[in-house]
Design a protein around this ligand. Sequence first.
Ligand code: FES
Ligand code: FES
Length: 168
Amino acid sequence: MDVQSIAMTVNGREYEFSVGTRFGQVPPEETLVETLRRRLELTGAKQSCSEGACGCCTVILNGDAVPSCMMLTVDADGADILTIEGLEDPATGQLDPIQQAFIDAAAFQCGYCTPGIIMALKALLNKNPAPTEKEVDEALSGNYCRCVSHYHVFDAVRDLIGAGKEGE
Ligand code: FES
Ligand code: FES
């Protein structure tokens, strides 16, 4: 039987996995969030509902925000993936402006939803650096916060977009 292997880039690093049911192989039914968390120890993407409803597991895949619990790792073959761990500048350790804005606005409580929300915003701002409030709302429509941090999230986004505009 042919051994299927898959490759992907995560946070700029290339990974290759063999697919199968033997020890160390990626089973065909393994989801991307499981691979990220268990094999690559990238635990920023949180697994909560596991059915695409909460957004806690959001990562950016080929430029789009996706719930990584809804994607099989085998289907991510060839993908370029960015997780919350990849946002910090590796050379300087400086946080992404979105991360900094969340800290400045205290836009989280337990923080469980935060990586997913930040990645959804990152995908939006990469495509549209000056979104309207409605566009931000739409981009975050798949992300749920069980605490009461949503108002602070919007404060953080407002600060971020306002700061970007001032610098234009
Ligand atoms: S864990 Fe993926 S959307 Fe909830
Ligand atoms: S800060 Fe707790 S779930 Fe959002």
